[in-house]
Design a protein around this ligand. Sequence first.
Ligand SMILES: Nc1nc2c(ncn2[C@@H]2O[C@H](COP(=O)(O)OP(=O)(O)OP(=O)(O)O)[C@@H](O)[C@H]2O)c(=O)[nH]1
Ligand SMILES: [Mg+2]
Length: 327
Amino acid sequence: MNGAELGARLRERDLTAAPAALNLIENRTPAARKQVAALLAEVSPARLGGEATAHVVGVTGPPGAGKSTLLSALARAWREHGRTVAVLAVDPTSKRSGGSLLGDRARIDADPRDRGLFIRSTAAGERLGGLAPATRAAAQALAAAFDVVVIETVGVGQSETEVAEAADTTAVVVQPGSGDALQFLKAGIMEVPDVLVVTKADLGPVALRARRDLSAALRSLGARDTAVVAVSSLAPPQGIGDLVAALDAHRAALDLPARRLAARRAGALADFAAEHGERGLRALGGRRAAERVLAAVDPGADVASLTARLEQAEADARAAPEPQAPE
Ligand SMILES: Nc1nc2c(ncn2[C@@H]2O[C@H](COP(=O)(O)OP(=O)(O)OP(=O)(O)O)[C@@H](O)[C@H]2O)c(=O)[nH]1
Ligand SMILES: [Mg+2]
């Protein structure tokens, strides 16, 4: 499989390259990883002449909150607006992705003939709620070709942090009557999301109350910019248009190059840590030192080359006869 060729096709917005690109990205053999690096280089900002134009949206929330049903409705709305959509549903139950799992957690209802909508289940990382390096790479690759790339993960609380790092906009999805999100927000366990979605608005008063309580909690935290949107994803859908608008508004107000640069650096650090563990980070001189290494690399570099730079720095540090004196 030729990574550079697949990357070039994605760069030219050839959506039919997506399945093969994802197969390659999920293949963790050394040979495949070289090809993945070649693929990512083709869709790097340096090669694209700027940031990939997709809106990368993180959708996260507790099991059963209604994420997949919501994404069915959202995807439909985006497609009606003429936007192409890729959904990466992270499967927390599997560390390796297998054919049998595809579509299992996704449960997204879509027209299989629609070439503008691509849905894929991907395996979760080692830690609960973590993003596998493959998921991050997949999002970056698809962001060159699709208008919207969604990363859907299960969990609420700290587990959403990695998704928030990888996405332009993060939406936390909660269902009415589940007090967890409210408690997590108040206790500061959950980072304030960009958009908060209360699902199952068709349930009536309980949904309205959840929306009111969450809005009040956000106000008391000073998070006035976070939109709280109540939706029903079942027919007839409600609030989906408002949610599309809230997501777009967040994206429009964003310093995209800064956001994406931070995402690539965080991604490289996470990939490096996943591969080389705490020992690897220590060899580099710790997280701060690793961040300094990354800050010295061209801002247009892709994650694979950033990770390679960290690996080089680690090798240099191990080869050095004496430990480097801190400045
Ligand atoms: N009444 C009502 N039920 C809904 C709505 N959205 C989803 N549901 C139901 O809630 C249940 C869970 O929905 P999913 O979309 O699978 O939830 P999820 O968050 O993707 O779940 P996991 O992937 O298991 O974490 C299903 O039985 C849905 O039919 C809604 O707007 N109204
Ligand atoms: Mg789901």
